[in-house]
Design a protein around this ligand. Structure first.
Ligand SMILES: [Zn+2]
Length: 272
């Protein structure tokens, strides 16, 4: 799977974060304005880019940015280590991930976000004879909750958890929440910045001591972060405070793009 953001997307986000014009960024990069616009659009260029000067100007790590431009990807993850965890990707012009987990003994399941379409989730639930007990929402952007109404109708007993203000919810997230799903345990952390109601759910106590799993919504992507719709500074700080403080082997499950880990993002994400 490709990264959610190519080099050009990352540079454009970082310019927005740092309030730097395209002209100033082009000069730092050693590009003409036309070459620079083409780089932001396509994510690559035949011209020699001054990574250090550009990164310095727009608040990124130059070495990590260059490694990403040269093709860095997180290692492929073997999901059979987590019994059971599924990434369900749905597309309606833009692809989005939602995640289904279950306890293999009790067959109790929890869904994190809904994606665009309910049917792939419904099929996994039916094929594996699961009981959907909980639906957790990372944030209320359309792509993450589009199938919510349909899933609520199909699974009326599933409890809906979110930090959304004013939206439908059975259990509004509180700091002390500690939810059991068979032998699995689910807690959450507030991760605002991309969205005011941004929430990360952490699932622990997997069989065979598999690492924790963090379902982060759009707080962080492999190699990038979600747009700082609420606040760029908050978006970046929340990753440092709430996600990078998780154990380094924690599996990060983002709303877009491939799976990654805390250790991989600390080492390779140019925003840090
Ligand atoms: Zn979003």
């Amino acid at each position: 799977m490709n990264l959610e953001d190519h080099l050009g997307d990352i540079v454009r986000k970082a310019r927005s974060m740092s309030n730097v014009s395209a002209d100033a960024a082009a000069r730092a990069a050693g590009f003409t304005r036309q070459q620079f616009d083409a780089l932001e659009e396509a994510g690559q260029s035949d011209h020699r880019l001054n990574y250090a000067a550009l990164a310095e100007l727009i608040g990124l790590n130059g070495a990590k940015l260059e490694a990403l431009a040269r093709g860095w990807l997180p290692t492929a993850k073997d999901l059979t280590n987590w019994r059971e965890l599924r990434c369900i990707s749905t597309d309606a012009g833009m692809a989005v991930n939602c995640y289904l987990i279950w306890d293999e003994v009790s067959r109790e399941a929890a869904l994190f976000d809904t994606g665009w379409h309910a049917s792939p989730t419904e099929k996994i639930i039916a094929d594996n004879q699961l009981q959907l007990r909980h639906i957790f929402i990372t944030h209320s952007h359309e792509d993450h909750i589009a199938a919510l109404e349909e899933l609520r109708k199909a699974f009326p007993k599933a409890r809906l958890h979110s930090s959304v203000k004013g939206g439908p919810v059975d259990q509004r997230n509180r700091p002390s929440d500690f939810i059991h799903l068979g032998s699995l345990r689910i807690t959450h952390r507030d991760t605002p910045g991309h969205a005011e109601d941004g929430t990360t759910y952490v699932v622990g106590t997997w069989p065979d001591d598999a690492p924790h799993v963090a379902i982060v919504g759009d707080a962080i992507f492999a190699g990038s972060i979600g747009r700082g719709n609420q606040s760029w500074e908050l978006a970046r700080q929340t990753v440092r405070d709430q996600i990078f403080t998780l154990p380094s082997e924690t599996l990060i499950c983002p709303g877009h793009g491939p799976l990654t880990t805390v250790a991989e993002e600390k080492a390779h994400n140019p925003f840090f």
